[in-house]
Ligand binder design. Structure first.
Ligand code: ADP
Length: 495
C-alpha cells in the first residue's frame, strides 16, 4: 500500500473535513477556503477570489470577529470564537471554532480559521428555550393548580393557582415531599405504595384519569379537589404532573341540588298522596250523598206535611251544595289524571249564558245578576262544563262581594273570540295574587276565616276554559271589586 506524505494527508483533511477552514491575509483578504466552507456558505470558488473575509461575516458580528482576529495577530496564539457567516442565499450560518495566526520570524503572515457549523444545534436550543418559556407561561397562568413532583415525590413546580388554593407559597414548598404538604394523613400510605408500584411495574391506578379526593390545606383542614395526574419520562427519570381544581363550591352546589331534588320528590310524593286521598274521599262521599238525596226527595213529595216540605226544601239546598263540592273534588282528581271527558256540541252562546245565569240567580237572594250586553254567536263546546265555568265565576262574585247587590255580565265579540266578563263590586284582589289565583288550593291568605272554600273552583274553571282553547284572566283592585273574564273561540256553522 502506497503511503501518503504529509502534504497529501493535509490536503485530504482539508478537502474532506466537515469543518469550515479558511486562510486570510493580514489585511483580511481570503487566501484559501476548503470545500466544506464553500458548500456550507453556498459559494463557488470564483465568488471569493480577491474578496475580504469581512464580506462574508454577518455585519452585526464583524467587530466581534475583528477584535478576536486582531488579538491573535498581535498577541499570537489561538482564540475561541462563536459568530455568524452570511450564506450566499442570505441565511445566517452560526459557527464556533478557533482563529489562529501563522508567523514567519515573528512576522504575522496570515490567520487561520477552523469552525464547526452549529446552526442546527443553536436553532434546536432556541426552540427548546421557546418551548420552555411557553410551558412556564402556561403553567404560571393555568386556570387549575399545577403541581409537578419527581419520582422521589419532591415538589418541582408549584404554580400561582396552587399557591391560591393551598395558600402555600411556591418558595416554601419547592423541594419538599408532596405528601407532607397536601396529602391528608389517611391517604399518605396509599400514595407512597401507588408511587412505588408505578416505578416498579409502570402501572398507576390513578394516572390519566380525573378523580375526586380531598386535599390538605395549609390551615389544616381538608377540602374536596378534582385531580388528574399524568406521568412523563424526562432524561430517564419520571415526573408526575398533577392538575388540581378546588371543587368546594361545585360540591356544595351539587349537594344543594341533590337536597332540593329530594325535597321536590318528597313534595311530589306528598302531593300524590293528597291527590289519592282526595280521589278516594270524594268517591266515598258520593255514595252516601246519593242515598241522602233520594231520601230528601222522598220527604219532599207533595203529600208530605207542610213543615216537612219546608225542611226537605232546606235539606235539598244543602244536598246541592254538597253535590257541587264533591263534584269539584272529583274534578280535581280527574284533571290531575287527565280523565275529564268533554262532550262537545254546537250551541248558541246567548241562550247558554242566559240559562247558566238563571240557574245561579235561582239560588241567590242577595244579588241581582244583570246582563249588560250579550252577543249571540255559535260556539262549540261542552255546555255542561261551560255552565260550570259561569257558575263558578258567578258564585265567587256573589261570595266575595258581601253587602253588595249587583253582578254585571257582558259578552262581547273580540276578534274571533267571544269574551265574557263577570264583574263584582266586592273585596277585590291585590295584583300579587293574580298569577297564583288559578293554582290548585290557592286562596288569598287573609280570607280564610271569613269566606268558606277550598281554593279549587278557579283551578277547574281555567282547566275547562283552556280545554276549549280559551283563556281566563282577572282584573281587580282591592276594595273596589273584580272582573273575571274568559274567552272562547267562535265557531263557524260547519261544526
Ligand atoms: P274558593 O273560592 O273556594 O276559595 P276559588 O278557586 O274559586 O276557591 O278561588 C280562589 C281564591 O281566589 C279565593 O279563595 C279568593 O281568595 C279569590 N277569589 C276568587 N274569586 C274572587 C272574587 N270575585 N273576588 C275576590 N276574590 C276572589
Amino acid at each position: 500500500m502506497r503511503s501518503l506524505n504529509f502534504d497529501q494527508h493535509f490536503k485530504d483533511l482539508f478537502d474532506n473535513t466537515s469543518d469550515l477552514i479558511h486562510f486570510v491575509d493580514i489585511d483580511g483578504k481570503i487566501l484559501k477556503v476548503n470545500p466544506a466552507w464553500l458548500n456550507t456558505l453556498e459559494y463557488k470558488m470564483e465568488d471569493i477570489v480577491n474578496r475580504s473575509i469581512y464580506d462574508f461575516v454577518c455585519p452585526a458580528h464583524i467587530d466581534h470577529y475583528k477584535i478576536y482576529r486582531d488579538l491573535v495577530i498581535t498577541k499570537s496564539g489561538v482564540a475561541d470564537i462563536e459568530f455568524e457567516f452570511i450564506a450566499k442565499g442570505g441565511s445566517r450560518v452560526i459557527v464556533e471554532g478557533q482563529i489562529g495566526c501563522v508567523y514567519d520570524n515573528e512576522e504575522p503572515i496570515y490567520t487561520r480559521g477552523v469552525f464547526r457549523n452549529i446552526t442546527a444545534k443553536r436553532e434546536a436550543e432556541k426552540t427548546l428555550i421557546k418551548q420552555q418559556r411557553r410551558l412556564s407561561t402556561f403553567i404560571a397562568n393555568a386556570p387549575t393548580a399545577v403541581v409537578i413532583i419527581d419520582e422521589f415525590q419532591t415538589i418541582q413546580e408549584w404554580n400561582p393557582k396552587a399557591e391560591e388554593i393551598f395558600e402555600h407559597k411556591a418558595n416554601d414548598v419547592l423541594g419538599q415531599y408532596l405528601s407532607d404538604i397536601i396529602i391528608p394523613q389517611q391517604y399518605r400510605e396509599a400514595h407512597l405504595k401507588g408511587m412505588a408500584r408505578f416505578l416498579n411495574t409502570g402501572m398507576g391506578v390513578v394516572l390519566n384519569k380525573t378523580i375526586e379526593v380531598t386535599a390538605l390545606h395549609k390551615l389544616g383542614h381538608e377540602f374536596p379537589i378534582s385531580l388528574n395526574i399524568s406521568s412523563v419520562k424526562v432524561d430517564n427519570a419520571w415526573l408526575f404532573i398533577a392538575f388540581i381544581t378546588d371543587i368546594t363550591t361545585q360540591k356544595a352546589m351539587q349537594e344543594e341540588i341533590i337536597r332540593q331534588q329530594v325535597m321536590l320528590l318528597q313534595v311530589k310524593n306528598e302531593e300524590q298522596k293528597k291527590d289519592q286521598f282526595i280521589s278516594m274521599a270524594s268517591h266515598e262521599l258520593k255514595t252516601p250523598l246519593t242515598s241522602l238525596k233520594a231520601f230528601v226527595q222522598l220527604l219532599g213529595r207533595k203529600n208530605s206535611p207542610e213543615s216537612v216540605l219546608q225542611l226537605a226544601d232546606k235539606a235539598s239546598g244543602y244536598v246541592r251544595k254538597l253535590e257541587i263540592l264533591i263534584g269539584d273534588l272529583l274534578d280535581v282528581s280527574k284533571i290531575k289524571a287527565d280523565k275529564i271527558n268533554y262532550n262537545h256540541q254546537n250551541f248558541y252562546f246567548r241562550k247558554f249564558l242566559q240559562e247558566s245565569i238563571e240557574s245561579v240567580q235561582l239560588f241567590t237572594q242577595t244579588h241581582t245578576i244583570i246582563i249588560e250586553n250579550c252577543i249571540d254567536v255559535l260556539c262549540y263546546g261542552d255546555v255542561l262544563r261551560l255552565e260550570q265555568v259561569v257558575h263558578n265565576l258567578l258564585t265567587n262574585a256573589i261570595k266575595y262581594s258581601p253587602g253588595k247587590d249587583r253582578i254585571l255580565v257582558r259578552a262581547e265579540l273580540v276578534g274571533d273570540q267571544v269574551v265574557t266578563s263577570i264583574e263584582d263590586f266586592g273585596i277585590g284582589i291585590a295584583s300579587e295574587h293574580f298569577e297564583e289565583l288559578f293554582n290548585r288550593f290557592y286562596r288569598v291568605d287573609n280570607i280564610d276565616m271569613k269566606f268558606q272554600g277550598l281554593g279549587i273552583g278557579l283551578y277547574i274553571t281555567r282547566e275547562i276554559v283552556e280545554r276549549h282553547h280559551g283563556r281566563l284572566w282577572v282584573e281587580s283592585k282591592p276594595g273596589l271589586g273584580s272582573v273575571f273574564s274568559f274567552s272562547l273561540p267562535v265557531t263557524r256553522e260547519s261544526h
